[in-house]
Write a protein that binds this ligand. Structure first.
Ligand SMILES: [Zn+2]
Ligand SMILES: [Zn+2]
Ligand SMILES: [Zn+2]
Length: 244
């Protein structure tokens, strides 16, 4: 947190140094990025990202989309445009925020080549060999999607980094998951995010083989939070890789 001297912000535990949330999924050589946070450039450099074949956006809050411009480097590397998927209002917001992306090319202007694509909850789509199932997530008043991703080997992961509640329909889409990653902002209630205890309860209801809480704020120390969690729920850290 900018300008904060609390124990977590001053911690020497690198796992307490959290950049804004995103997830990169690789399967059969296809690299799927979920959300493009303002830290995307730094994350791409530190974790040596070499490709982004498609992008899913959960919602258009700044902490999830303000890194979208950095996709232009992947356009150059891959010599192709990149599809960016999101719900109807998310894509409307992105077309407004990144209006320069949609204008006719101007000499000397280096900008991303993005193909915006509208998707909807309950209507699966394919990215490479991955099957994506969007589901509705409550996140205060912000229209938000979570994503379930199933690969060709039967492995599955779902991601809902910003969530205050989930409908029964959404929870039904999450049956039989290998990995579930869910919002847990802090212990104090927040109108648009789950508390840690509410997140644990929802994760246990969803029942994935392994679960993670993400989007933590500086109220939650990494080690102290991890020690409060059941065995099958963990706190991830920046750059953590899960192989399934
Ligand atoms: Zn702090
Ligand atoms: Zn948000
Ligand atoms: Zn967020």
């Amino acid at each position: 947190m900018i300008g904060c001297d609390c124990e977590v912000c001053c911690s020497t535990d690198r796992r307490n140094r959290r950049r804004r949330a995103a997830l990169l999924v690789e399967s059969d050589g296809h690299y799927l990025l979920i959300d493009a946070p303002p830290d995307l450039r730094e994350q791409a450099l530190e974790y040596r990202m070499k490709r982004v074949d498609s992008v899913l956006i959960t919602h258009a809050h700044a902490d999830h989309v303000f890194g979208l411009d950095d996709l232009r480097r992947f356009n150059t590397l891959q010599k192709s445009a990149i599809p960016v998927y999101g719900g109807k209002s998310t894509i409307e917001d992105l077309r407004r925020i990144f209006d320069y992306v949609l204008r006719a090319p101007e000499p000397g202007v280096y900008r991303p080549e993005i193909i915006f694509k509208e998707i909807a909850a309950g209507q699966p789509l394919a990215c490479g060999s991955l099957k994506i199932t969007p589901f509705n997530v409550e996140h205060g008043k912000m229209p938000t999607l979570g994503y379930r991703i199933d690969d060709s080997q039967g492995c599955s992961v779902a991601y809902a980094p910003d969530c205050s509640a989930m409908s029964r329909t959404a929870i039904r889409e999450l049956a039989g998951l290998d990995v579930m990653i869910l919002d847990a902002l802090r212990d104090r209630p927040h109108g648009a995010h789950l508390t840690l205890n509410d997140s644990i309860a929802l994760l246990q209801h969803i029942g994935a083989s392994r679960s993670f809480v993400t989007h933590l704020c500086h109220d939650l120390d990494h080690a102290a939070t991890a020690s409060r969690l059941p065995d099958d729920i963990d706190v991830p850290w920046d750059g953590m890789t899960i192989t399934w």
